[in-house]
Design a protein around this ligand. Structure first.
Ligand code: PLP
Length: 477
């Protein structure tokens, strides 16, 4: 299996060749040359598999340059009930992604039982083990560098902690995260994890990351990489739970289901799109946004118009507060019939701060074939959904999952069972839960009192030279 760029101007690469990198050299994103197809016989056999075995079956079709025994060992080590339960016993964690039934035809797929209580752990934990494996083989080291306002940074740290050959330097805005988020990250005592709290806002931290990344000599000398959501291995790991969720929600492979996906960077739902392209009988893919509705706008009107920071709103589902959906280009590549020149043309506008419109092109007529639906959900909608779920079913959902439920229930075709992806646990967003329900969310026992643990972090002014000095002092040469 080789991977090609969505912009059509980069040499084809293997899975391990793109594992540690980011964008393709032409600025595009990597995708398989062709999507591997899953036969009916395979689907029938896969229905009975454990999560780890299913992950192995799916990933074997993508990571064809990793010896099968090695891939099996990596996957088995990653997808265990111990990693995906946080010491809880109130669900069947041996399933890794238990399916919770709300009504006859409405389900929640639990994806947030990993160490940081968000679905990002589903892929990031695998990435940690893949990175460690690939670096050991190449006798290399990698220093992962990024900025976070909470979710991605913590998922990366919990995936990379204690891993050989890897260090993580993660910038966060000093004093701007919740006490719980701070405790989650800063209580890590692993010597390969470096938390740097920047005196400033998230954007200041992000600017520092960009400044360092643009210094190509520094970046090469200190072997700096990232783990952002365009990473292909992350997307491929997310494909697995669409299969798992489909099997759990159906009796046979003749049925179709709808998935509803709270979306930001289009990573999660892109994995659903690919699962369907591989032959998984997904009827509808329902994309939910919050007030930042750039993707909903595209599916309704054909216009993709990323926003600037001034028009990106801070909402109570903060992990979906995005203005530009970094994985969206992967879907558009398929929509335009894999025409890299067309993608280049569209993104030359996007990269210059503009937009593109497919309404008067043949691509608009092509769009229904992909069977997406979309909608948006506001703060008031979230409160209402959280309340309704609690009152009707005694189920507490987080704000992002609530966005997905609201839009999913609104947009589904009634003939299809609806599987709503749970992307975080309510414990992460206690303030809004309190506002909706007048009570605090429960927290997995393992995380009780985490705020009282000793914390370790470097406080630093927003000064790029100081940051570089810090990195060079902590990376042995
Ligand atoms: C990252 C995240 C999302 C958005 O997922 P994308 O893959 O960026 O679309 C939704 N909910 C939560 C809780 C997240 O952490």
């Amino acid at each position: 299996m080789k991977y090609i760029s969505t912009r059509g101007n980069a040499p084809a690469k293997t899975f391990t060749e793109i594992l540690l990198g980011g964008l393709a050299p032409d600025g595009g994103l990597y995708l398989p040359e062709q999507y591997p197809q899953v036969t009916r016989a395979e689907l029938d056999a896969w229905r009975k598999l454990s999560y780890a075995d299913l992950a192995f079956a799916v990933l074997s079709k993508f990571a064809t340059d990793i010896p099968v025994a090695d891939l099996k060992a990596i996957v088995d080590k990653t997808y265990t009930a111990a990693v995906y339960s946080n010491g809880r016993a109130d669900s069947d964690f041996s399933q890794i992604t238990p399916l919770r039934k709300l009504d006859d035809n409405v389900f929640i797929l639990e994806l947030s039982n990993g160490p940081t209580l968000a679905f990002k752990d589903m892929a990031m934990q695998l990435l940690g083990n893949l990175f460690e494996y690939a670096l050991a083989k190449q006798n290399e080291e990698l220093n992962i560098f990024g900025a976070t306002s909470g979710d991605t940074g913590s998922a990366a740290e919990y995936a990379m902690r204690g891993k050989k050959g890897i260090r993580v330097f993660m910038l966060s805005p000093n004093g701007k995260m919740s006490a719980f988020q701070r405790a989650q990250m800063y209580s890590l005592q692993d010597p390969n994890i470096f938390n740097i709290a920047i005196n400033g806002m998230f954007d200041d931290a992000q600017d520092m990351v960009k400044a360092v990344s643009n210094d190509h000599a520094f970046k090469a000398k200190y072997k700096i990489g990232t783990v952002n959501s365009i990473n292909w291995a992350r997307v491929s790991a997310q494909i697995v739970y669409y299969f798992k969720g489909y099997f759990a929600a159906t009796q046979s492979n003749d049925e179709h289901v709808a998935f509803s996906v709270p979306s930001g960077n289009f990573g999660n739902i892109c994995a659903g799109h690919i699962a369907r392209m591989m032959g998984l009988p997904i009827g509808q893919l329902i994309l939910a946004t919050n007030e930042n509705d750039v993707l909903d706008e595209f599916f309704r009107t054909g216009v993709y118009r990323p926003r600037d920071t001034r028009h990106t709103y801070e909402t109570s589902s903060p992990s979906m507060d995005i203005s530009k959906a970094s994985n969206f280009e992967r879907f558009v590549f398929d929509l335009v019939g894999r025409d890299g020149a067309k993608v280049r043309e569209f993104w030359s506008k996007v990269d210059a701060g503009g937009s593109f419109d497919i309404k008067d092109t043949p691509y608009w007529d092509n769009l229904p074939k992909f069977d997406f639906a979309s909608g948006k959900s506001t703060h008031q909608d979230r409160l209402k959904t959280i309340r309704e779920l609690w009152e009707e079913y005694g189920v507490m959902v987080d704000t992002h999952t609530a966005d997905g439920l609201k839009v999913g229930l609104e947009q589904r075709r009634p003939s299809l069972p609806l599987v709503c992806l749970e992307t975080a646990l309510p414990a992460k967003f206690a303030e809004t839960i309190q506002e909706a329900l007048g009570r605090q969310p429960e927290r997995p026992a393992k995380l009780e009192g985490i705020e009282n643990l000793p914390q370790r972090c470097e406080v630093m002014d927003a000064d790029v030279e100081k940051l570089k000095a810090y990195i060079s002092a902590h990376v042995p040469q």
